[in-house]
Write a protein that binds this ligand. Structure first.
Ligand SMILES: Cc1ncc(COP(=O)(O)O)c(C=O)c1O
Length: 384
């Protein structure tokens, strides 16, 4: 073994994601287990109420689900999306959105992104609108707000529903207001690697009581009354089944983890914003990279994404690996995947270039100072 390899082998591995699970979460979990009502119940309701309070909702409603993907699925159904409809969504995205559209029987139409915030390109989306277009799903990539005003302008002009994929953006703000606090339909994810986790989980935020009722049915096998009873840790023994439905509800146990996390969300976000600022400060002077953001005041950063130019991404990832630092890729374009290759799409010039550039560096809430510095030094050494 070379001296350098021996030295690197002794360095602690730095993963891309590290969940922040402390004794507080364990306490919430054991308390929830002690209640003896493991399924959906009063703790699920409390988690929904805490989400509503955190997002500062005024008249909007939260429905917790077992994943972000199921949130997107029932959000689309509640928005009236179904067979024969088309839904416009960026290809530069996780495939959950595209699969959720397919679950409804609607067709996926993929559009390009902007070069600056890597969010939806509204001009590109406009060019794809047809009489069949029912909805549009903008993604706030990496927690960075997309051109939301542009999306809602399109929605008004063409009478489209907007389902915001805010799975990366729990706590991000636009004009000082949290994403999800207004607009049409918003979906969040609390999966294992998100800003806050409920191990797996998600939620939908909607405006009307009717949509709330519909989501309750869709979430729990189309059964009426049961949500109200379960929120009291009880069951409705006599009920009707009023709609098609799925088994998408969030259990008390998962919700208890979510509650322990949401109590700390401001501190999680502040620590991640600070790390992102330090990364951007260090990398913005390097030749061969582009940082997405310098300021993070409005961003709840899910990941730190760096753009590596001139085809050097693989070499950078290998270099980091040799220093025991992991790196990820968000995202491979969905239109390049076999199942979605034949979906209608527009020009993908930006998506295809950006997808070869992006690399996700390690970002954890309260990441160790030593780890932050090792990531900064490694990236800087590679480009110097
Ligand atoms: C952009 C985006 N949308 C949706 C999802 C789906 O969320 P979940 O993993 O909770 O199903 C993810 C998950 O990573 C995502 O990154």
């Amino acid at each position: 073994m070379h001296t350098m390899d021996r030295m690197n082998a002794t360095l602690e591995h730095i993963p891309v994601f590290v969940p922040r699970i402390g004794v507080d979460t364990l306490k919430h979990l054991t308390d929830a287990l002690d209640v003896g009502w493991l399924g959906m119940g009063a703790t699920t309701k409390e988690f929904e109420e805490r989400i509503a309070a955190y997002l500062e909702l005024d008249g909007r409603h939260v429905v917790a689900t077992n994943t972000g993907t199921s949130a997107l699925h029932i959000a689309l159904l509640a928005a009236g999306v179904g067979p024969g409809d088309e839904v416009i969504v960026p290809s530069f995205n996780y495939v959950a959105d595209h699969q959720a559209i397919r679950y409804t029987g609607a067709d996926v139409v993929m559009c390009d992104i902007r070069d600056d915030d890597l969010g939806i390109d509204c001009a590109a989306a406009r060019a794809l609108i047809t009489p069949r277009t029912k909805a549009i799903i903008p993604l706030h990539f990496a927690g960075i707000p997309c051109d939301r005003a542009g999306v809602y302008e399109l929605a008004r002009e063409f009478d489209l529903r907007v389902i915001e994929d805010a799975c990366h953006a729990f706590g991000s703000t636009i004009d000082g207001k949290k994403i999800g606090s207004d607009g049409d339909v918003t979906c969040f994810s609390f999966d294992p690697v998100k800003i806050i986790t409920s191990i797996d989980g998600g939620c939908v935020v909607v405006n009307s009581e009717d949509e709330l009722a519909r989501l309750h049915h869709l979430r729990l096998l189309g059964v009426d009354k049961d949500t109200t009873e379960r929120y009291k840790n009880a069951r409705a023994w006599e009920y009707d089944v009023v709609d098609q439905g799925f088994r998408y509800h969030l259990t008390n146990i998962m919700a208890s983890v979510g509650i322990s996390q949401i109590k700390q969300v401001d501190a999680f976000i502040a620590s991640r914003q600070e790390i992102c600022r330090r990364y951007s400060d260090a990398f913005s002077t390097l030749n061969g990279v582009r940082v997405l953001r310098r300021s993070y005041d409005d961003v709840s950063p899910f990941i730190y994404s760096l753009r590596v130019l001139r085809g050097q991404r693989t070499d950078l990832i290998d270099f980091l690996k040799s220093r025991n630092i992991a790196a990820g890729i968000h995202f491979m374009p969905v239109h390049e995947h076999t199942y979605f290759a034949s979906s209608r799409r527009g020009d993908m010039r930006v998506t295809e270039r950006v997808a070869t550039e992006v690399v996700t560096l390690p970002l954890h809430s309260f990441m160790k100072e030593q780890s932050i510095q090792r990531v900064i030094d490694a990236v800087c050494n590679f480009f110097r």
